[in-house]
Design a protein around this ligand. Structure first.
Ligand code: AMP
Length: 282
């Protein structure tokens, strides 16, 4: 596996691959990898001749007081994991490489970033779309693979690619979960054993919501009440949001028609966890 830290060098390699007629699949990550990331890489391996993964903890998507400096990092461990997943090139730039002095251009997607994490993390999606647009220009992929765990991020990137005519197929992959249902996340390492056990209730609450929908309930308020009740049984859990939104526009809805998503963000102590589940007629 090649490890590249310079944007220019990555662009040169990507151009070389393209000239050889090779297709490129790309999986951007912030590292501290787990099975969720590896599943995206396996999919990428299947979809293209060449697989590039990036590891970059992107400062512009963290707000003041968020966990940028303490975000878990272990590059040596990550290199071993991604090599096992069949990655050909790992792009690991420094923050100064991506945001050199004088940097002043940002990409902003409007409507789909306004609800949910757009409210609790102002500027977050601006940082995400800016870095992903830059990574796309550096890695020059034919397709890029993202997790549905970050559902609003996936929708936002699809919108950016469409609006800016980026010639890249964006693929969303299902959330990989621990055996008790907790969505895998690099941030789960922040949880102490007691909170880690309690965290499984997030997915249980979403499953309950989905069950009510399957039984015919279409009132968002009724479903949300039950989802919140299950989360709040844990006295230590502080709900940031629990919403039911249109699965495409991410606007809140009262009556579920077509495809919807239940999206949750919960703080367990200092750790903020997100998860979601799709509701659609079978
Ligand atoms: P991150 O390193 O958290 O920025 O995530 C990098 C990519 O992995 C994003 O596309 C995430 O949506 C995806 N991802 C993170 N956790 C999971 C998971 N549990 N299952 C599937 N994909 C995930």
């Amino acid at each position: 596996m090649e490890i590249i830290a310079q944007a220019k060098e990555m662009q040169r390699r990507a151009e070389q691959l393209r000239r050889q007629g090779m297709t490129i699949a790309f999986v951007p990550t912030m590292g501290f990898l787990h099975e969720g990331h590896i599943a995206l890489m396996r999919e990428g391996r299947k979809r293209a001749d060449s697989l590039v993964a990036s590891i970059f903890v992107n400062p512009t998507q963290f707000g003041p007081g968020e966990d940028y400096t303490r975000y878990p990092r272990d590059l040596q461990r990550d290199f071993k994991l991604i090599q096992g997943a069949g990655v050909d090139i790992c792009f690991t730039p420094s923050a100064a490489e991506i945001y050199p002095d004088g940097f002043q251009t940002f990409v902003e997607v409007e409507r789909v970033t306004q609800n949910l994490c757009g409210i609790s993390r102002p500027g977050h999606f601006r940082g995400v779309t800016t870095v992903v647009a830059k990574l796309f220009n550096i890695v020059k992929p034919h397709c890029a693979i993202f997790g549905q765990k970050d559902y609003q991020q996936l929708i936002t990137i699809k919108q950016m690619v469409k609006d800016l005519n980026m010639d890249i197929e964006v693929i969303g992959m299902p959330t990989v979960r621990e055996s008790d249902g907790l969505a895998m996340s690099s941030r789960n390492t922040y949880l102490n054993p007691k909170k880690r056990k309690e965290a499984a209730r997030l997915y249980r609450s979403l499953l309950k919501g989905k069950e009510l929908f399957a039984l015919g309930e279409r009132s968002a308020a009724t479903i949300l009440q039950e989802v919140k009740r299950i989360i709040e049984e844990d006295q230590g859990a502080v709900i940031d949001y629990v919403n039911i939104c249109d699965a495409h526009t991410l606007e809140d809805i009262e009556e579920i028609k077509g495809e919807a998503v239940i999206a949750v963000a919960v703080k367990m102590g200092k750790t903020r966890l997100i998860d979601n589940i799709i509701l659609k007629e079978e």
